[in-house]
Design a protein around this ligand. Structure first.
Ligand code: PXG
Length: 459
């Protein structure tokens, strides 16, 4: 489609040459994308000079906020010293080793071994292959079915999208791959009906056992889930959910795989989201917050049992990437982890700025448009609904969320919308005064959305 003439020169080039991920590129070619030019702290600026408070930390990832010169320095120094070497063919680099050791120290329980990737998607694909390999080399090749969840999100490569339960993704490219199946999600606000959250959580966990028994436990390799579903709309499961899931996995010796891509590295007020729910996974995937998004890096962490099988019975692993454990990414990750630790950022999310944000966010539940406010640490959502007590949704699901998102942008605030839920995931370094600004702009945007919908009167 030809771009319209009111696009800036960079926007015209974008329209001519750039295919946007998860976007309607033809539509963007008409309107022109917002071009971001710089960032500082919790703010980004666009090419028009608008200053925006980024309450979504990029795409869940800019944990330390923008403009941290320490991360830049760590990358530059490592680039100068040794910009690249791989970890194949009996080699590796120092930052890669130090990062693997640091992650072993931080991750819960005996998750002591990391296979590095470049993204969360690659981590998910790696998991599909490695859990099947784990069982196959122990004489159980039939134990190859992996259970995920409807509306789970683990990335967009072929294995990751198959593990995820996003129906729209299956429509493109012939997914899911074989021997992956899904169970319903613990989304109480949307699907809990008259059940209490507690009852609903137990019921949704019980679906895992039902599925395992239906397939035959000897066929089930692993269950994969996010601690809190991010992309789906920040669905925080009822407290009863995770303990039951863990118990069921242990009972049938099904590997418990937790996707920590969004929840990891402090987002929930713990180093890892599984710790918030008191769960001990066998495998976790990590990405985004590992480097605050300054440079791409991900990984899969295995517990001692799995690592031992992979190391001693697995033979030569036919799995990895040119940039697995890239030294520049590892150097940035190490510096990122150092800052998280030295500046007590995870503790602030748990005990200081996190509760301050949570109090203000939960207070938005009194707004006529808000059916539910929810938050853990600095990961939250507001469900926008037409009828508060009934928990019903707007027709044309997604339109009101999109409207609110664009009004928020006009007010200098970046919030994401998924369906009609407004999602919150700011940099963890956000200060109290910036939280005040975020909350004030959110309320103003809700008011203006309600006015546009005719729910509130202007003024
Ligand atoms: N797992 C989770 C839980 C994620 O949120 C990935 C894996 C994949 O990571 P990579 O690095 O391959 O993108 C993610 C990423 C959205 C959206 O619509 C979310 C993500 C990516 C793109 C869009 O909220 N999350």
């Amino acid at each position: 489609m030809m771009p319209t003439s009111n696009l800036s020169p960079p926007q015209q080039l974008d329209a001519a040459h750039h295919i946007h991920p998860f976007s309607d590129t033809a539509e963007i070619a008409q309107t022109g994308p917002r071009v971001l030019t710089r960032g500082e702290g919790v703010y980004v600026w666009d090419a028009q000079g608008n200053k925006l408070l980024d309450a979504f930390a990029g795409l869940w990832c800019v944990t330390l906020g923008y403009g941290r010169s320490e991360l830049v320095r760590a990358a530059a120094e490592q680039m100068q010293q040794l910009p690249y070497y791989n970890s194949f063919s009996q080699c590796t680099t120092e930052p890669t080793i130090r990062l693997a050791a640091k992650l072993a120290e931080l991750a819960p329980g005996d998750l002591n071994h990391t296979l590095f990737t470049n993204s969360g998607s690659e981590a998910a694909d790696t998991i599909v292959r490695m859990v099947r390999h784990f069982w196959a080399v122990q004489g159980q090749p039939q134990r190859n079915v992996i259970i995920g969840r409807h509306n789970g999100y683990h990335g967009s490569t072929i294995g990751a999208a198959s593990l995820g339960g996003m129906k729209g993704m299956y429509a493109q490219g012939g997914l899911p791959i074989p021997n992956i199946t899904h169970i319903a999600q613990p989304y109480w606000f949307g699907e809990g009906g008259k059940k209490t959250p507690e009852e609903f959580g137990r019921q949704r966990a019980a679906l895992l056992e039902k599925k395992i028994l239906k397939l035959g436990p000897e066929r089930v390799a692993a269950f994969v889930a996010e601690p809190i579903q991010g992309a789906a709309g920040v669905f925080i499961p009822p407290d009863s959910y995770w303990p039951d899931v863990q118990q069921i996995c242990r009972l049938y010796d099904v590997l418990l795989v937790v996707d920590e891509v969004v929840c990891g590295f402090g987002r929930t007020g713990h180093w890892f989201g599984s710790q918030h729910f008191g769960v001990q996974p066998d495998i976790i995937s990590i990405a985004t917050g590992l480097t605050s998004g300054y440079i791409p890096m991900g990984g899969v962490m295995f517990n001692e049992r799995i690592a031992s099988v992979l190391k001693h019975q697995g033979g030569e692993l036919a799995q990895g990437y040119s940039y697995s454990g890239h030294p520049v990414c590892a150097a940035v990750a190490l510096e990122n982890l150092r800052i998280l630790h030295d500046e007590n950022i995870v503790d602030a999310v748990a005990n200081d700025t996190g509760p301050y944000l949570a109090e203000g966010w939960m207070a938005l539940a009194d707004h006529p448009l808000v059916g539910e406010a929810r938050i853990v640490g600095m990961l939250g959502a507001l469900e926008l609904v037409p009828n508060k007590p009934k928990r019903t949704f707007f027709d044309d699901h997604g339109r009101v969320g999109e409207l609110c998102r664009s009004i928020a942008l006009r007010n200098g605030l970046i919030l994401r919308s998924t369906a009609d839920a407004m999602l919150l995931s700011p940099p963890l370094t956000i200060s109290r005064s910036e939280i005040d600004e975020l909350l004030e702009k959110t309320r103003r945007s809700l008011d203006e959305t309600a006015v546009e919908l005719g729910i509130l009167r202007r003024g």
